[in-house]
Design a protein around this ligand. Structure first.
Ligand code: PMP
Length: 397
């Protein structure tokens, strides 16, 4: 049987990361591939208690709920955002099934086929998947470790008239980098000058290793006109709750709420009520501090092992937060080929190429440091350094 799929499915691509995860999550392979938090650090008892409290509070928590999200949660989200100087009213907030849905709903209400979106290169793969599925044209802007380069950005905005600039400016996935204040200001200035919307994807902003490194979110530098901001509980509470939110100008949020009605009516309301109880009873900020400390230790462990392999010809910038190391190997190394060697030696990473919009650097890789426990990081990194050294010596199985 030949199924007559819609044309748009031919613009969809399977996630290379998810495909790799299926292969590497087997046997004795230590995986630095997935972008996963450590489940041993999940606040299981507190989540359980919060669900119990929600369930016992009122049978209505099991009823259909408002598409925008339950009011108590939207208020709490505003309070949390206010701590970052992002001032929004609950009516500017839509609770979503993870940030991923926020990206999808935004794309659905904003992009016609052929519309241009500017992104960093590399950038978050699953956002690219969303944009491709709406047949948008994704164009990469040149960037360095501080963010997008102003000249290229302005030229592309002027010539291509993009609908939106999508960025992950704080502890990015996959680059693990944080945009400087200067580049944030420039981006915002240009967005204002050319009336272009910025989509700020900020799932990792709270996973910060040093409080003195705080950089303001773009949304805090704007008066709720040009920046649409999304974040999530996936990295700070648990991903399985599938709860995130998006905050932005009311017209956009209202349009996205309409699109959400057609998608899933509303985000799981039992989970939303549980999150409200969790935030009332549990010191989420203290929990986030514990996560940050543990993740920073793991990052440093990985870094020490890289640094002690002094023969290694690699480049990376020490992450100041988030979950990833972005590593560049010598130009003649093809990390997709290296992955095969790595997996047969019991360790996995994600090759960098799939994260690029264009001109992929085939010698890059992303390593997650939050999922594996320290002992596993040590063993996995020893294996990885060995594989890297073998590749430098021209030995590949
Ligand atoms: N944006 C980025 C940059 C991410 O890395 C992720 C998770 N990998 C998401 C959005 C989606 O997160 P969630 O849907 O779990 O909230």
């Amino acid at each position: 049987m030949k199924y007559g799929f819609a044309k748009r499915v031919y613009h969809m691509q399977s996630s290379a990361v998810r495909d790799i995860l299926k292969v590497v999550n087997k046997g004795d392979v230590i995986s630095f591939a997935g972008g996963l938090p450590d489940e041993k650090l999940f606040p299981v008892q507190e989540v359980r208690k919060a669900f119990d409290q929600a369930l016992l509070s009122n049978p209505k928590v099991l009823q259909y709920g408002e598409t925008e999200g339950i009011p108590a949660l939207r208020e709490m989200l505003c309070e949390r955002m206010e701590k970052k100087d992002i001032f929004r009213n609950p009516e500017n907030v839509l609770v979503t099934s993870g940030s991923q849905q926020a990206i999808d709903l935004f794309a659905r209400v904003m992009f016609d086929p052929g519309d241009i979106i500017l992104t960093e290169n590399p950038t978050y793969l699953a956002a690219l998947q969303v944009f491709q599925s709406y047949e948008a044209n994704i164009v990469a802007v040149d960037s360095d470790e501080d963010g997008m380069l102003e000249e290229d950005l302005e030229e592309k905005i002027r010539h291509l008239k993009p609908k939106c600039i999508y960025v992950v400016p704080t502890y990015s996935n996959p680059g693990g980098k944080v945009w400087s204040l200067e580049r944030r200001r420039k981006l915002l200035q240009l967005a204002k000058k050319y009336h272009t919307i910025i989509f700020e994807d900020d799932p990792y902003g709270d996973i910060q290793f040093d409080e003195s490194d705080t950089v303001p979110p773009l949304a805090s530098m704007d008066d709720n006109k040009y920046v649409v901001y999304t974040s999530t509980f996936s990295k700070t509470v648990v991903p399985a709750m599938r709860t995130g939110w998006i905050a932005g100008p009311y017209q956009i949020i209202r349009m996205m709420a309409q699109a959400k009605q057609a998608t899933d009516l509303h985000t799981n309301s039992l989970t939303q009520h549980a999150l409200v109880h969790l935030m009332k009873e549990f010191d989420l900020d203290a929990h986030i501090r514990t996560l940050c400390k543990s993740y920073k230790d793991r990052m440093l462990l990985m870094k020490d092992i890289f640094d002690s392999g002094d023969e290694l010809d690699i480049h990376y910038t020490e992450p100041k937060g988030g979950m990833f190391f972005w590593v560049t190997m010598p130009e003649d190394v093809h990390t997709t080929a290296l992955l095969k060697d790595a997996v047969s030696n019991g360790v996995a990473f994600v090759p960098g190429a799939p994260f690029y919009v264009s001109n992929p650097a085939l010698n890059t890789m992303r390593l997650n440091f939050t999922n594996a426990e320290p002992e596993k990081i040590e063993t996995g990194m020893r294996r990885l350094v060995q594989v890297m050294n073998r590749s430098a010596a021209g030995v590949v199985d």
